[in-house]
Every structure is written in C-alpha cells, then in structure tokens.
Design a protein. Structure first.
Length: 235
C-alpha cells in the first residue's frame, strides 16, 4: 500500500498508513513546548495515539510536530528558551573535550549534507595511559564496556565540535550505531551502549533522545571493545 505524506496547518502526517505498521507505544502528547517527533494535539474527530489505546483502535492517520524552523544564527539559549548549552553542560559534568587527531586525505571526521552531520566511528581513547584492548564478556565486564561506550560519546562530541565549531548547532541526536567487540553468544550489547546514550541525554536533554542499534561483533579495529557512529541534526 502506498503512503502519502501531507501537510495540514503546519503539521506533517501520513495517510493510508496500514494500522499494523503503527506502534501502540507512541508517547502521549506533551502540550506546550512539544519537540520534533512528539504527537500533535488531537483535532476534532482525530484522537491522539494513547499508550493505553488497544492496538486495533489506533487510527490509520498519525501526525507529528514538524521540525523547528529556528534561526541558525541564534545561540543555544535563544534557540531553546534559555537552557544550558551543550558545552556548559559538559563543563558542569567535568568533561573537557580534546582536539581529535587528523584523518587520511580520503576520509574525514564528519560530513555535513543538508541539515545532518554524519560522523565517522569513534573508539574510546586510552584510559590513564592504558589503551582499551579486548572483548566485552572476556577482558571487560558489561559495566566496563559501558564506560568505554561513554568514552566513545565524549569522542563523538569532540569530533562534532571539530567539524561544527560549536556544539550549540546540534538540534537533535538522530541515530546511533553502536558496535561491541564481544565473545560469541554475548547478548548484553544494549546494556553496554547505554553508556553512550545516557551521556547524550545528559548533555542534550530531550534532544538527546535518539534511535539506536547495538550490535555485537567478533572484532573491531585495534581490538577495541566499542566503536560508535552518530548522526546529528544541525542548524
């Protein structure tokens, strides 16, 4: 069945969407201050998708609040109503970003296309002069793997700053691909990647909520336990 994307009164939606492709777990509306991806308030004859609504009763139409069209020249505080900027939040967390080493001529830390920043993969830097080397479930515990994933998040932010010059240009963490070097049969890759996701949420708040994959692999470059790629939406 074809799907047509339409816009009505500044709100984008899809028509002719088969009910079995809709999630019954969509969050309830947040009212004022809704963010991209939130469900818009109900219109007459069109109820909100409620988390308690039985799956069979979900309507075949759904709406989302359209992306913000804010002035890219605005500072973070102006753009997001006086909230602490990402770099101020990092400072509060005691995290200092360091410059990322250069890349080969044929590749770069990140590529901007349209309003998206695609970052190359990042691995955790040495911890107290000791490189991360080994597999989760063998050399490292899940908790240690989570620490490595958090270190990857810091590296990705450093890379983003190197490309953008200002983390305040980031308006959304869109998609994260987490790769975990682990023993055969290891099933806790999501728990490892929570270290990455949690830091993004700490730094960006609701705009740090993202789609994510957490896959287990048998090897990663340098036998590092974790490597992560991120896609950011930017102003």
């Amino acid at each position: 069945m074809s799907v047509e994307v339409v816009e009505r009164d500044g709100v984008f939606g899809a028509t002719e969407q088969p009910p079995n492709l809709l999630s019954p777990f969509s969050p309830p509306p947040r009212g004022e201050g809704a963010q991209t991806g939130d469900i818009a308030p109900a219109s007459p004859g069109r109820p909100n998708l409620d988390i308690d609504m039985p799956f069979a009763e979900i309507p075949p139409h759904w709406h989302h609040v359209r992306d913000d069209d804010r002035d890219p020249a605005m500072g973070w505080g102006e753009r997001w109503g006086g909230e602490m900027s990402p770099e101020e939040k990092l400072k509060e967390l005691g995290i200092e970003l360091t410059a990322v080493a250069g890349y080969r001529p044929a590749m770069t830390a990140g590529v901007i296309t349209g309003n998206l920043l695609y970052l190359s993969g990042a691995t955790p830097p040495d911890k107290n002069g000791v490189p991360w080397k080994g597999r989760v479930g063998e050399t490292y515990t899940v908790e240690e793997g989570r620490d490595a994933a958090r270190a990857c998040a810091i590296q990705q932010l450093a890379m983003a700053k190197g490309v953008l010059g200002d983390l305040g240009r980031i308006t959304r963490v869109v998609k994260v691909l987490g790769m975990v070097n682990c023993v055969p049969g290891f099933t806790d890759t999501p728990a490892v990647m929570h270290g990455f996701s949690d830091l993004m949420y700490e730094v960006f708040g609701e705009r740090g909520v993202h789609a994510r994959s957490a896959v287990g692999l048998q090897a990663l470059p340098g036998d590092t336990p974790v490597e992560v790629e991120t896609i950011f939406e930017i102003a």
